[in-house]
Design a protein around this ligand. Structure first.
Ligand code: DC
Length: 232
């Protein structure tokens, strides 16, 4: 239905629970572009470090592990795949849990970890994609033709995250999810290296009271107005 310009890169940033994953997936479906969730990379690093009992305060140790593991890791729109003992496994759902999220936000504050993951992200984005994360518009793809910064109130984001976990069968308390989200928000926004922030040329969308369909509609309007997409 849509014709998309060659090499279109769309950056979507925002805090946890802002709806960016859902919006990116819906847009990807609509536009036929691959969707790359950069949070999975940090989750993968956090998960591997925990599995190997690496102290998450030791940046050099985490980096050493990352350099070894990255050769056996494949990151694509479908998720993260990791080769162990010659066998490649899809570890995407495993790293989407709250433990991996907590480890991820610790390793994500390490400048050397971020630098090591930068090339992986830029390389995969070359042919065009929708990429979501925290620093896509500011650091990873500053040249993206369209940038969106999604937010929602902390209360609404905690509620969304909680219902996602419930839907997956995880028995979690809303107050716990809200406290974890608040701690993660603080780590993501207060870190020195590539903190979560809106790129100056990004469009801010607050989805607190919006339906996801309406957010997608708004983004499609912007893309069409800028002639980045056309109806076929
Ligand atoms: O989006 P998420 O919850 O899967 O991200 C997991 C953690 O990784 C989160 O604490 C933020 C961090 N992250 C980041 O620092 N930069 C990105 N581009 C993506 C995620």
């Amino acid at each position: 239905m849509w014709q998309v310009i060659d090499g279109l890169k769309i950056a979507i940033d925002g805090p946890s629970g802002s709806g960016k994953g859902t919006i990116a997936a819906m847009l990807g479906q609509e536009l036929g572009l691959p969707v790359l969730d950069t949070g999975l990379l940090y989750r993968f690093v956090g998960w591997r470090a925990s599995e190997q009992d690496i102290d998450l305060n030791e940046e050099d140790a985490v980096l050493g592990m990352l350099k070894q593991s990255v050769a056996d890791m494949t990151w694509k729109a479908e998720g993260i795949f990791f080769k162990q003992a010659g066998d490649e496994k899809d570890c995407t759902s495993q790293i989407r849990d709250e433990n991996a999220a907590a480890s991820a936000s610790k390793v994500a504050a390490m400048p050397q970890v971020r630098t090591a993951l930068l090339d992986v992200q830029r390389h995969i984005a070359k042919l065009g994609c929708i990429m979501d994360g925290r620093d896509i518009g500011t650091v990873v793809l500053p040249d993206a033709q369209a940038k969106f910064f999604l937010t929602a109130s902390q209360r609404e984001r905690a509620r969304r995250r909680w219902s996602q976990l419930k839907a997956k069968g995880e028995d979690v308390d809303l107050a716990y999810v809200a406290a974890e989200l608040k701690a993660r928000d603080a780590r993501d926004t207060e870190r020195d290296c590539a903190p979560l922030e809106k790129a100056v040329d990004a469009i801010h969308i607050d989805s607190t009271t919006m339906q996801m369909d309406d957010v997608v509609e708004r983004i499609l309007n912007v893309l069409e107005r800028r002639k980045l997409i056309n109806t076929k």
